[in-house]
Ligand binder design. Structure first.
Ligand SMILES: NC(=O)c1ccc[n+]([C@@H]2O[C@H](COP(=O)([O-])OP(=O)(O)OC[C@H]3O[C@@H](n4cnc5c(N)ncnc54)[C@H](OP(=O)(O)O)[C@@H]3O)[C@@H](O)[C@H]2O)c1
Length: 407
C-alpha cells in the first residue's frame, strides 16, 4: 500500500476545476444541503497529520462525502474541519455541499490514555451528547458557524443528570427484546414513562437543521452520525440510540446509523426497538462475517417490505479492497476490468455501487485511498452515469456476486 499524494491544499486548489458552489449566501444554507447521502464517501481513518491535505485533495477530486469519527486513536476530526474551512476559503466547496458523517465511539473503542471526547465514567447518553458536540465543533471551525449556541448546548449537556433510563418515546414499547443468549444481555430499554432528563434550553429544541441565528451565523449540523459499534449490552446500545434520536429531533443531526453490527439477531433486535430507522450500516465486508449475507436483505426495502417503511438502509462496506485480495484477482473481476478499461479496484467499487446485484440494496462506496489518481478513479467509476458502458452488465454483476456469495 503506497501513499503518494503530496499536493498541498494550495497546489491542488490551483489545479482545481471551477468552484461548483451552489450556495450563494448564508440564507440559502438549508436549500443547498445535499438531499441524500452521496454514492461514495472519503474515509479519513489512519491519516493522522495528513488528514487536512488528503481531505482537501479528495474533495477537489470530486468527493462530496466524508467519513470520520470522534475516535482520536484512528481519526483526526479537527483536521477534517480544517480541510473543510480551507475548501470554503479556496472556493472549491462549501460545507453545505459536503456530506459529513462521523461516529460516536464508546470507551471500549477509545485509547483511554489519549484524548477522548467525553468522560468515560459518565453514563452513555451524556457521553454521546458530549461527543456529538465535540464533533460539531471540530468540523465547523470558521466564524460563520454559530459557536455560541453550540457552546451553550454543550454546557447544558455537561450538566446532564444521570441518564441511565430509557426515553419515553419508544416504538418498541411493550415488545420484549429477549436476547439472553447474546453477549448483549437483556434489554429493559422499553420501560415506559421516563422523560429525557437533559433539560435542554428551549432554543435548542426543534430548530431546523442549519438554522440561521439572528446575527447571521449558521447552526452547525452533522449529516449522518453513526454508533461506531454496539455497546456492552443491548440496553446500553438502545440508550445510545435514543440519545442519537434526540440529536436528530433537536436539529443537530440529519440522520443516524450503525456500524460494526454483524450478528443478525442483534441487528434484528435493534431494528425492532428503535424509533428512527437507521440511514446506514457501516460494516467490514469480509469472508469472516460471510460478507454480511444474513443482513443484506434486511437493508433492502424490496426484500424487507414490511419492516422498511419504504426506506433503504445504506450499506457502507469497508475493507472492500484490502479484505478481498482474491476477489480483485478473480476471473470475473479481471474480465470486467478488461471489458470496461477499468482497474480491478474500480470494478469492485462499481459492483458495490450497483448494489451487488441484490434487489433494492443501496450501497455507499467507502474508500480511504491516499493516492490522488485512485481518488479520481473511484469517483469517476461511481459517479459516471452516462451510458450503459459505464455500468457493469447484469451478467458481470451476477458473476462477481457468485464469486463472493456462491450460488
Ligand atoms: N466503522 C469502522 O469500524 C471502520 C473500520 C475501518 C475503516 N472504516 C472507514 O472506511 C474507510 C476505508 O477504509 P478501508 O479499510 O476500506 O481501507 P482504505 O483506507 O480504503 O484502504 C484501501 C487500500 O486500498 C488502496 N486503494 C484504495 N483505492 C484504490 C484504488 N482505486 N485503486 C487501487 N488501490 C486503491 C489504498 O492504497 P492507496 O492509498 O495507495 O490508494 C489502501 O491501501 C476508512 O478511512 C474509514 O473511514 C470504518
Amino acid at each position: 500500500m503506497t501513499s503518494t499524494t503530496s499536493s498541498s491544499p494550495q497546489a491542488v486548489s490551483a489545479a482545481a476545476p471551477a468552484p461548483q458552489s451552489t450556495a450563494s449566501s448564508a440564507a440559502s444554507t438549508s436549500a443547498s444541503m445535499l438531499p441524500s447521502i452521496p454514492d461514495i464517501l472519503y474515509g479519513t481513518a489512519w491519516k493522522d497529520t495528513r488528514t487536512t491535505t488528503l481531505v482537501f485533495t479528495a474533495i477537489t477530486a470530486g468527493f462530496r462525502g466524508i467519513d470520520t469519527a470522534g475516535q482520536r486513536k484512528h481519526y483526526r476530526e479537527e483536521l477534517v474541519g480544517q480541510a473543510l474551512h480551507q475548501l470554503e476559503e479556496a472556493g472549491v466547496a462549501r460545507r453545505e455541499e459536503v456530506w459529513l458523517q462521523t461516529k460516536f465511539t464508546s470507551k471500549d473503542g477509545q485509547d483511554l490514555s489519549g484524548p477522548v471526547p467525553y468522560d468515560p465514567r459518565w453514563p452513555v447518553r451524556k457521553q454521546i451528547r458530549h461527543s456529538a458536540f465535540a464533533s460539531l465543533r471540530n468540523l465547523h471551525v470558521s466564524d460563520r458557524w454559530d459557536k455560541a449556541e453550540l457552546l451553550e448546548a454543550a454546557k447544558q449537556a455537561a450538566g446532564l443528570a444521570q441518564t441511565s433510563g430509557a426515553s419515553a418515546a419508544n416504538k418498541g414499547k411493550g415488545r420484549s427484546v429477549d436476547y439472553t443468549q447474546s453477549a448483549l444481555g437483556r434489554s429493559s430499554a422499553n420501560d415506559e414513562g421516563e422523560q429525557h432528563p437533559s433539560g435542554l434550553p428551549d432554543f435548542a429544541k426543534f430548530r431546523p437543521i442549519g438554522a440561521i441565528s439572528p446575527d447571521g451565523k449558521t447552526r452547525p449540523w452533522l449529516d449522518s452520525y453513526l454508533l461506531h459499534s454496539p455497546l456492552r449490552s443491548l440496553e446500553e446500545t438502545l440508550q445510545a440510540w435514543q440519545e442519537m434520536e434526540l440529536l436528530v429531533q433537536e436539529g443537530w443531526v440529519r440522520h443516524i446509523g450503525f456500524s460494526n453490527v454483524y450478528d443478525s439477531r442483534i441487528w434484528n433486535a435493534l431494528l425492532q426497538s428503535i424509533n428512527i430507522r437507521p440511514l446506514a450500516l457501516q460494516n467490514r465486508w469480509h469472508s469472516s462475517s460471510g460478507h454480511d449475507v444474513s443482513l443484506l436483505s434486511t437493508l433492502s426495502p424490496i426484500l424487507s417490505p414490511n419492516d422498511s417503511e419504504g426506506h433503504a438502509i445504506h450499506y457502507q462496506p469497508f475493507w472492500t479492497l484490502t479484505g478481498n485480495p482474491a476477489l480483485l484477482r478473480s476471473e470475473p473481476v479481471v474480465r470486467a476490468a478488461i471489458a470496461h478499461d477499468w482497474t480491478p479496484a474500480q470494478v469492485v467499487y462499481k459492483f458495490v455501487n450497483q448494489g451487488m446485484g441484490i434487489q433494492g440494496l443501496r450501497c455507499c462506496v467507502l474508500t480511504g485511498t491516499t493516492d490522488e489518481k485512485h481518488m479520481r478513479q473511484a469517483v469517476q467509476v461511481v459517479n459516471n452515469r452516462h451510458g450503459e458502458s459505464h455500468l457493469l452488465t447484469v451478467g458481470e454483476v451476477n458473476e462477481i456476486r457468485k464469486q463472493v456469495y456462491g450460488e
